[in-house]
Ligand binder design. Structure first.
Ligand SMILES: C[C@](O)(CO)[C@H](O)COP(=O)(O)OP(=O)(O)OC[C@H]1O[C@@H](n2ccc(N)nc2=O)[C@H](O)[C@@H]1O
Ligand SMILES: Nc1ncnc2c1ncn2[C@@H]1O[C@H](COP(=O)(O)OP(=O)(O)OP(=O)(O)O)[C@@H](O)[C@H]1O
Length: 305
């Protein structure tokens, strides 16, 4: 039996370029791995690839072959020519489902690492990264962890230097948002703005030097000032009540706030651990979210516990 711990992510910068011919967008995606995470346990089985899930959101997690953990197990087996893989994967789910924190991607990355260890395959890390990119744009980062710049559709990763620990709060919404729907709404808003086509007139984004410097210096105030998410207007357009959540967190003393990835989870940067606990308590009392968690990062990527 192998248990793998895997982090959720927040995008401290999510620059979204034009819509590509393949339906994806080029990104300048600064991923940041946080301690709020899932655990995936792989056990030998003679009954094919099977799944179970526990945690408050377990009912929202599909237990069929669409689950990214099952897809990861099958992909790894196919890569090694294993015709009839057998594994039971149990997901202990703490990452909000469809929350913009890459929960499914995290489980896919964790399943790659867990099955690789269970089946004693010793797959090179570079190969695991390639398999991860086949599963989804966010999956390679869940393997890598830390802080990294993702280019292309987010899968071409460059680790970034970071100093110290940053303290975060995540406000979990009722219900999720569909990632493709949020990208579509981003394009629709851009087309509607009359500044050109969302497909052809959006420059390729780049990482913000001020944000990179704040990360490298361990400067929470500087990072808070540089937080930026091009998907935020789209998430707010689809879920206007998120503006109340963002305001409640900043009113409670957060240094900075933004929608996490495609949302609807909102992320708040705090001064220190006590500040994060206070912001989380205020958010829980505000009635503007289902719950709120204080956590920290960066933390490593998917690894055997
Ligand atoms: C919003 C982010 O979470 C930020 O990290 C990611 O960009 C989304 O990554 P993901 O959930 O792994 O997404 P994928 O499973 O690769 O793609 C789902 C869908 O999201 C849209 N998508 C995703 C990534 C990207 N760079 N451009 C896109 O337009 C596409 O419609 C795609 O069909
Ligand atoms: N292991 C999994 N855990 C949760 N959802 C999964 C999983 N595998 C597949 N899914 C499906 O993926 C959908 C998106 O879930 P997920 O939690 O990955 O969203 P997300 O965090 O918004 O993703 P991202 O931030 O990568 O865009 C779910 O609604 C569910 O149908």
């Amino acid at each position: 039996m192998i248990t793998v711990r895997v982090p959720a992510k927040v995008n401290v910068q999510l620059g979204v370029g034009g819509l590509r011919a393949d339906g994806f967008h080029d990104l300048a995606n600064v991923f940041f791995a946080v301690a709020l995470g899932d655990e995936v346990t792989a056990t030998e089985s003679s009954e094919g690839v099977t799944l179970s899930c526990s945690g408050p959101d377990a009912d929202a997690v599909p237990l069929d072959d669409s689950n990214l953990a099952a897809r990861a197990a099958r992909l790894l087996a196919a890569h090694h020519g294993i015709a009839d893989p057998g594994v039971h994967l149990h997901i202990a789910k703490a990452i909000p489902v469809a929350g913009g924190m890459a929960g499914g991607s995290a489980d896919g990355a964790a399943a790659l690492v867990a099955c690789d260890a269970l089946w004693k395959l010793e797959t090179p890390f570079e190969t695991l990264l390639e398999l991860a990119a086949e599963l989804g744009s966010d999956v390679p980062f869940a393997l890598l962890g830390g802080v990294a710049l993702g280019r292309g559709r987010g899968e071409i990763l460059e680790p970034l230097p970071v100093e110290g620990t940053f303290h975060w709060v995540f406000a979990v919404a009722d219900g999720g948002l569909s990632t493709p729907a949020v990208f579509r709404e981003c394009d629709r808003l851009r087309d509607e703005a009359g500044t050109g086509s969302a497909a052809t007139d959006v420059p390729t984004p780049d990482a913000d030097p001020a944000l990179l410097a704040a990360l490298a210096d361990g400067d929470a105030v500087g990072l808070a000032a540089a937080l930026a998410n091009d998907l935020q207007p789209a998430a707010l357009s689809l879920r206007p009540a998120l503006a109340d959540t963002l305001r409640a967190g900043t009113d409670a003393g957060a240094l900075g706030a933004l929608v996490s990835g495609s949302g609807p989870t909102c992320a708040f940067l705090a001064k220190d651990a006590d500040g994060a606990a206070a912001v989380a308590a205020a958010l829980r009392a505000s009635g503007t979210c289902r719950t709120a968690h204080a956590t920290y990062g960066p933390v490593p990527g998917a690894a055997v516990a």
